[in-house]
Design a protein around this ligand. Structure first.
Ligand code: AMP
Ligand code: GLY
Length: 429
């Protein structure tokens, strides 16, 4: 079978790499892919990004399954487009993808279906938002209602920061945010204290098969300092998700979400990612939903997956979820840990074109997944914010961390930024 993976990041590199391990797979195309995809002889880059053009290409090239990596094509309706033409594709429809693409939608959804989440209010009017923040006090969290590549959230520790975030996100000429429904809105919510975890499932209708747990590191700098990013590193499994918490997440979050989507008339198929905040006393709240896998969480998760990913996704795209309901996944018992190397300037304006030195052949227990990389003559160069995710396995968090940094320290490019403490919470447990 020929497979198409849509996207160009480390997550898509990992998805495509894992899919090649399936005996049924003939070729995996990645659109548009990156230099790491181009290096792998089992993968092929496809320089198409337009949704209709992708669908036409998939039709004329006999693609058996399409897997969508990032949120933007989902929010643009790629699944609806493929399905309307009888093509098999794994991901939520445009309507279902609102769970991620609109914070106002997902907060209202959670409230309606009694899914635990932070208390909140939605504002279009800046003055009303300022008044609300003054009344609530800091710390408080301000979120843009729309896709903003992981940069639409400000955890304000002072009132001044909150006011600035409101003015910034509601500014009429703001370019970094794809406003949900074309309208500038902010969600202002209660600050939650605790430890975060990423909880992902493969969902189809009301059936969910959980993937291994993981924990991301959202802040740019060591010690969880500095601005929020798309994620600077992750490891799997996340010990904060104890077996008891795991069972509660399935019961209190995942199942009511899938049931709620179905009863609201927008049944969900695809990866479903719940970003969780777990309080010191085991309080469980959903910070956000994503309608895709996490990046960089995918890289350590998939390096641990022993089961056939294609078989899983085929089961999740059958008309009925009966086959999926019988699936159980097997995982490498070791810990996997991935560290992101980002370009100079990230998460602000990044410099591109820095030559990457020291890349070498991957080993099954140590992989360098590419994200924003491009081929330039004989060189591989940086081409965006998050450049590589250096991912390694080890018997413990400490060992996986040591292996990942050992490999990372052999790779260089000018201006590279990487945290040195990925996995620090896991080490403490
Ligand atoms: P989100 O995109 O909504 O997950 O927010 C991005 C990041 O902001 C999260 O991963 C958290 O680190 C932080 N965050 C979001 N909402 C809250 C909240 N209510 N309380 C504390 N931190 C939050
Ligand atoms: N790493 C967090 C995300 O993918 O949203």
């Amino acid at each position: 079978m020929k497979i198409l993976v849509i996207g160009s990041g480390g997550r898509e590199h990992a998805l495509a790499w894992k899919l090649t391990a399936s005996p049924q797979v003939q070729m995996v195309y990645v659109a548009p892919g990156n230099a790491g995809v181009a290096l792998n002889k089992d993968l092929q880059v496809l320089p198409i990004t337009n949704v209709v053009a992708l669908r036409e290409w998939a039709q004329s090239n006999d693609i058996g399954l399409t897997v969508v990596g990032p949120e933007a094509p989902l929010a643009a309706g790629v699944v609806d487009e493929f399905r309307a033409h009888g093509l098999r594709i794994f991901g939520p429809t445009k309507a279902a993808a609102q769970l991620e693409s609109s914070k106002a939608f997902s907060k209202a959804f959670m409230k309606r279906h009694h899914i635990p989440t932070a208390a909140y209010e939605v504002f279009e009017d800046a003055q009303a938002a300022h008044d609300y923040v003054n009344k609530q006090g800091a710390p408080i969290v301000v979120k843009a209602d729309g896709l903003a590549a992981g940069k639409g959230v400000v955890v304000a520790t002072t009132l001044q920061e909150a006011h600035e975030a409101i003015d910034h996100m509601l500014a009429p000429d703001h370019t970094g945010i794809q406003h949900a429904g074309g309208k500038a809105r902010v969600v202002i919510e209660e600050f939650l204290d605790g430890e975060e975890a990423s909880f992902m499932v493969v969902a189809h209708g009301q059936v969910a098969v959980p993937l291994a747990t993981s924990q991301d590191h959202k802040r740019l700098n060591d010690g969880d300092k500095g601005p929020n990013t798309g994620g600077m590193g992750a490891y799997s499994p996340a010990p904060v998700v104890t077996p008891e918490i795991h069972a509660r997440v399935m019961r209190e979050v995942i199942q009511p979400t899938l049931k709620g989507m179905e009863s609201d008339g927008i049944p969900y198929t695809g990866f479903l990612y719940a970003g969780l905040m777990i309080g010191a006393l085991g309080q469980l709240k959903v910070l956000e939903f994503n309608c895709r896998m996490g990046d960089p969480e995918t890289q350590p998760i998939l390096i641990r997956l022993k089961s056939d990913l294609l078989a899983l996704l085929l089961a999740a795209t059958e008309p009925e979820p009966t086959q999926l309901a019988q699936m159980e996944l097997t995982w490498d018992r070791r810990v996997a840990l991935g560290v992101v190397m980002a370009a100079s300037g990230y998460p602000g304006t990044v410099r591109k074109g820095d030559v990457i030195h020291g890349l070498k052949a991957d080993k099954p227990h140590a992989m360098v997944f590419h994200a924003a990389t491009a081929t330039q003559g004989a060189d591989i160069v940086t081409s965006g914010g998050r450049v590589l995710c250096v991912t390694a396995l080890g018997d413990t968090v400490r060992q996986a961390q040591a292996h990942a940094y050992e490999l990372l320290d052999t790779i260089h490019f000018d201006g590279a930024q990487a945290r040195r403490d990925i996995g620090h919470r896991g080490l403490k447990r």
